[in-house]
Design a binder for this molecule. Structure first.
Ligand code: F6P
Length: 345
């Protein structure tokens, strides 16, 4: 089949580096393969509703340093709509798409996998600031996020020290503690709580007390939003679940802060970094990684390698079956967490 028109969509939470992927795929697709591009708007919603815009040199010009996604995004799951999969396949024809590049995390890529299994010419690019996609060492957006959190921790340090306070910093990480662990190590956290490691309330309190017993009069605690205290439930905000069944997390930092203040008597403040971690310009690392993923994705299209996704392994960009990226998440291992543990208390 001759490929003439390629669609690109971005799904799920936005992430610095998405525009680098779009720009790279479009630039190489036009200059090397003579493709025409259609930017599918708002993720899978755009495929259900035929929302698209032309994507050419002009549209991708100047977007490399821009955060977010010029295509817009959503958490729409087409398989939640009756006949949603068939509608997407039908709309691919209506939009004259000979190929589709889906850029997203576990949820977006799981939809791409189902479509590819139904015969659609789809390839995937992994994306999430959480860095928890299986079989890829890093996703773009993660480096930007950990730099933002590290800078925040540096700033929080000076005010914590001046006021002799415990500062609890809640960071993103729904199922995994990559952001908390990397930024916590880089920012010199005195305790890091992540979903992969259950830490009891007693251990939290004992760690802070131990630190203060050895003469320190301030502490920095980093908590990933997906931590379950004492093996309990997630701490969630109002608002039900999204179309992929995810609850809106948030609030575990406050619980940790309340316990620490009550049990230790040390004055405690809580900060939720929230979407600050996802906004703004990507780091150089994320721009390069996004560019490499975009180039590799358009090469997959040219090769007709449907049902594959690009991934970083070591310093190489490889192509994997989409199944290898979805389903099971990549979690923080003991070895890395043990390094952070050396500095607790
Ligand atoms: O999936 C990435 C992520 O950043 C999670 O860490 C976080 O729980 C979620 O997105 C929040 O996204 P939103 O507020 O856009 O639903």
């Amino acid at each position: 089949m001759t490929i003439k028109t390629v669609g690109i969509l971005t799904g799920g939470g936005d992430c610095p580096g998405l525009n680098a992927v779009i720009r790279a795929a479009v630039r190489k697709g036009i200059s090397h393969y003579g493709y025409r591009f259609r930017g599918v708007e708002k993720g899978w919603k755009g495929m259900l509703e035929c929302l698209w815009e032309p994507l050419g040199h002009e549209e991708v010009s100047g977007i490399l340093p821009k955060g977010g996604t010029i295509l817009g995004t959503s958490r729409t799951n087409p398989y939640k709509v009756p006949d949603g999969g068939d509608i997407v396949l039908e709309n691919m024809k209506r939009m004259k798409l000979d190929a589709l590049i889906a850029i997203g995390g576990d949820d977006t890529l799981s939809v791409a996998l189902k479509l590819a299994a139904a015969g659609a010419p789809v390839v995937g690019v992994p994306k999430t600031i959480d860095n928890d996609i299986s079989n890829t060492d890093y996703t773009f957006g993660f480096d930007t996020a950990i730099n933002i959190v590290t800078e925040a921790l540096d700033r929080i340090h000076t005010t914590a020290e001046s006021h002799n306070r415990v500062m609890v910093v809640e960071v993103m990480g729904r199922h995994s503690g990559w952001i908390a662990t990397y930024a916590g190590i880089a920012g010199g956290a005195d305790l890091i709580l992540i979903p992969e490691q259950s830490t009891s309330i007693q251990e939290i309190v004992d760690t802070i007390k131990m630190r203060h017993d050895r003469g320190k009069d301030f502490s920095i605690v980093v908590v990933a939003e997906g931590v379950k205290l004492d093996g309990d439930e997630y701490t969630v905000q109002e608002g039900g679940t999204d179309e992929f069944g995810h609850v809106k997390l948030g609030g575990v930092g406050q619980l940790v802060g309340d316990v620490i203040e009550k049990e230790t008597g040390f004055e405690t403040r809580v900060i939720v970094l929230g979407h600050l971690q996802r906004g703004g310009t990507p780091t150089a690392f994320d721009r390069v990684l996004g560019t490499r993923y975009g180039i590799a994705a358009i090469d997959l299209v040219q090769g007709g390698d449907w049902g594959k996704m690009v991934a970083l392994q070591g310093d190489e960009i490889v192509a994997l079956p989409l199944e290898r990226g979805v389903g099971e998440l990549k979690r923080v291992g003991e070895e890395l967490y043990d390094i952070s543990r050396v500095f607790f208390g």
